[in-house]
Write a protein that binds this ligand. Structure first.
Ligand code: PLP
Length: 352
């Protein structure tokens, strides 16, 4: 018999398809990452840290919380740094739900919410997003009962890029005052949409954010939570004192001190590259979900053929199904140059 709980031994690891992802060989449009390297300033800060001979010391996070609070426009005691936003999601679910509690996780969505919920032996309800209706607010509201402990509101959602409005998040917070409303703002710098103004009013709102996407350091694992000050001690009680790597803090500090590099990238993606790809798809009558993020869920007629053709041309994308089970490809939007290359390959493939 396993020493582990039976509901955990019944589970499988979440294994993202990482093999063969070589940026020298492929344009990586499969993980919603930044598609160009980080700035010189971040690299230099990491090199300087190594040469400062402090690797043998435990992390000391200094004033990163204050710096981030300033960036976010919240108080420092409304913010907790985490080891990526997966860590924030995990702390929130583990800290608010007991085995047998109910959680509402609209689907299709990012796999980690359900993965963590399963490790905690929670009952998961999954109302479906729709391409035209977006976040299934009415279905979520109808599922709320006295056992509901957490509701996921990914803003925007992955894989479809669907936003949820500020008013809808407020409605959820009011309708389920005893449940955590987990607002995942992983792609905040792309969508520019945030529920941050609600955290002073609603104690049950927990916002997770990350430096993995726009800021470009998923390898280093750095994220943070924005929530009511009254929740911060509980989160800190669960989080280890050294859970965040010192190198991640060094890189995040350098990124925050040089925001233009990230802002320019976001501008190119959202104002030039994404509209170009959307207009190409529209012209070709190819269906895709409306998205406020740096990726599109595209419903090609022959997704597997398109994926193979892109692969052969050196471009990786990620197969994801829509709410009806129909095959789609989630395509990360890269730079203008990368998007032009993607369009050229699609043009060629679709005309065959
Ligand atoms: C919606 C969403 N939330 C969270 C994450 C995880 O981000 P992190 O690298 O900060 O753990 C991802 C990563 O793809 C995501 O798409």
């Amino acid at each position: 018999m396993s020493i582990f709980k039976s509901h955990i031994t019944a589970m499988a690891a979440y294994k993202p398809p990482l093999s063969g992802r070589d940026a020298n060989q492929f344009v990586l449009l499969d993980f919603n990452e930044r598609t160009i390297p980080v700035s010189h300033e971040i690299k230099q800060a990491l090199i300087d840290f190594i040469h400062s001979d402090r690797l043998q010391q435990y992390p000391n996070y200094g004033d990163i919380t204050d710096q981030l609070a300033h960036y976010c426009g919240v108080e420092s005691d409304q913010l907790v740094i985490t080891n990526g936003s997966d860590h924030g999601i995990e702390l929130t679910i583990r800290g608010t739900c007991c085995a047998g509690d109910e959680v509402i996780i609209p689907d299709p969505t990012f796999a980690i919410y359900a993965q963590v919920a399963k490790t905690e032996d929670l009952i998961i309800h999954s109302p479906q997003y729709t391409k035209d209706g977006g976040y299934p607010l009415q279905n979520v509201l109808a599922l709320i009962n006295e056992k509901t402990r957490l509701i996921v509101a990914a803003n925007p959602n992955n894989p479809c890029g669907t936003p949820i409005s500020f008013e809808a998040i407020k409605t959820l917070a009011e309708a389920a005052p005893n449940a955590a409303i987990l607002v995942d703002e992983c792609y905040f710098e792309y969508s520019k949409d945030t529920a941050k103004a609600l955290i002073s009013e609603f104690e049950n709102i927990v916002i997770t954010r990350t430096f993995s996407k726009t800021w470009g350091i998923p390898s280093l694992r750095f994220g943070y939570i924005l929530t009511a000050q009254s929740n911060v001690d509980a989160l800190l009680a669960m989080r280890g004192p050294y859970d965040i790597n010192q190198m991640a803090v060094v890189a995040a500090t350098a990124a925050l001190e040089n925001p233009e590099y990230t802002q320019d990238y976001v501008r190119e993606i959202m104002e030039e590259s994404k509209p170009l790809l959307e207009s190409f798809l529209t012209q070709k009558n190819i269906e895709f979900w409306p998205s406020v993020a740096n990726y599109l869920l595209v419903l090609f007629d022959d997704c597997s053929g398109v994926k193979d053709a892109l692969f052969n041309a050196g471009i990786l994308v990620r197969p994801r199904k829509d709410n009806t089970g129909k095959d789609g490809l989630r395509v990360t939007v890269g730079t203008l140059e990368q998007t032009r290359r993607l369009i050229a390959v699609l043009e060629d493939t679709l005309s065959q």
